[in-house]
Design a protein around this ligand. Structure first.
Ligand code: NAD
Ligand code: MG
Length: 381
């Protein structure tokens, strides 16, 4: 029987590539949701005939409801509508490809219904890591990584016998468009320059996060939660070509890597077919086409966001959530032309200094800390 899937964030970079995988694998799409792109979601509804769809933007959702009134798809409205879609029961797996903390509550909702999650939305784990992992354990559901680095680690770990044999996790980073630049040069870089990623076509927010290397900081936190390791066990290496997607190191210093051409349809498909593998539309890796694979130590002084995130997850509690919320706001303000590139990490650092200390925090503490972090950033500029 065809696998049934729900896609949250179906109009984005990961969402559309997930539909590509679904088409090749012959899956049935039961639910599609997005933020505000009614036009593309309408096209997707007409093609995929999901039972439910939703847009977080209420006005756009109402327009979409009228536009697809001739179809059998029920359109739900707003944030609650997206969340109701995440709760839809007649599905095998929920792909969360929403961008930002907007993905957190839908992830928890889908887990509470016992659904496995194919997780692209790293902000879910950065902000709600402890709550999400606990709930997943309680419900016996799998969190299958879609992020390419985490899919790589997940695949490398399949050969491990005992957890205490693992010495470190090594995340690769492309270094983004500003690799090798000095702080002086970064003062004046523009949004257009930040959006020119060397290896990946992604949404604007994560592309800017790659330029600041905040993305690698968020991924460090994501790795801590997904693989249950101490932050000190996660190392980062700049690898410009994005062919090695990440590595693990054993206690005997043997290192295992996962490689492939940079194409997100490999990790998306593996999250959906795990533990099985199938042929994919992705180009075969011919190593001779990449005769120079390069590796560098990250420039932590220039790209400060990585260590700000490392410190946040080491302190724990609400620190990572505040760093994430502050980054979402600062990243947005940079895209709006309101702040400079180097201001992003500075604002994130300043906001984390105001992190409330709450033992055993709840989901409402996380959501409140997120709002506080955004307000702090706005007040600082
Ligand atoms: P994107 O901006 O292209 O797409 C985001 C999707 O989320 C869109 O469908 C959008 O409509 C929807 N959305 C936006 N705001 C929303 C809201 N408030 N409520 C509900 N839906 C909303 O982003 P993307 O590049 O596809 O990234 C999605 C997630 O996957 C991010 O967390 C990103 O870090 C992660 N990720 C992306 C890539 C990649 O190659 N694009 C790789 C690894 C991880
Ligand atoms: Mg990644």
């Amino acid at each position: 029987m065809a696998k049934k899937i729900s896609i949250l964030g179906s109009t984005g970079s990961i969402g559309t590539q997930s539909l590509d995988v679904a088409e090749k694998r012959g899956y049935e799409v039961k639910v599609l949701t997005a933020g505000s792109n009614a036009k593309l979601l309408e096209e997707q509804i007409r093609k995929w005939k999901p039972n439910y769809a939703a847009l977080a933007d209420e006005k756009a959702a109402k327009e979409l409801r009228l536009a697809v009134a001739d179809t059998d798809t029920k359109v739900l409205i707003g944030k609650e509508g997206v969340n109701e879609c995440a709760a839809y029961e007649d599905t095998d797996v929920v792909i969360n490809a929403i961008v930002g903390i907007a993905g957190l509550v839908p992830t928890l909702t889908a887990i509470s219904k016992g659904k496995d999650i194919a997780l692209a939305n790293k902000e879910t784990l950065v902000t709600g890591g402890a709550l999400v992992m606990d709930e997943a354990k309680k419900m016996g559901v799998k969190i299958l990584p879609v992020d390419s680095e985490h899919s790589a680690i997940f695949q490398c770990l399949e050969g491990m016998n005992k957890k205490d044999e693992l010495k470190s996790i090594i995340l690769t980073a492309s270094g983004g468009p500003f690799f090798g630049k000095t702080r002086e040069e970064l003062k004046t870089v523009t949004l257009a320059q930040a959006l020119k990623h060397p290896n990946w076509e992604m949404g604007a927010k994560i592309t800017v996060d790659s330029a600041t290397m905040m993305n690698k900081g968020l991924e460090l936190i994501e790795a801590v939660w997904l693989f249950g390791v101490d932050p000190s066990m996660v190392d980062i290496v700049v690898h410009r070509e994005s062919i090695i997607h990440s590595l693990i190191e054993y206690n005997d210093n043997s290192v295992i890597a996962q490689l492939g051409v940079p194409d997100m349809r490999i990790p998306i498909q593996y999250a959906l077919t795990y533990p099985e593998r199938y042929e994919s539309p992705v180009k075969k890796l011919n190593l001779w086409e990449y005769s120079n694979l390069t590796f560098y130590k990250p420039d932590y002084e220039t790209f400060r966001a990585i260590n700000i995130c490392r410190e946040a997850i080491t302190k724990g509690g609400l620190y990572p959530g505040v760093a994430n919320g502050a980054n979402e706001m600062a990243n947005y303000l940079f895209r709006q032309g309101k702040i400079g590139f180097l201001d992003i990490a500075d604002l994130v650092e300043k906001a984390t200094e105001k992190t409330p200390i709450i033992e055993n925090h709840t989901i409402s503490d996380v959501l409140e800390a997120d709002i506080m972090a955004r307000e702090t950033v706005k007040a600082l500029i």
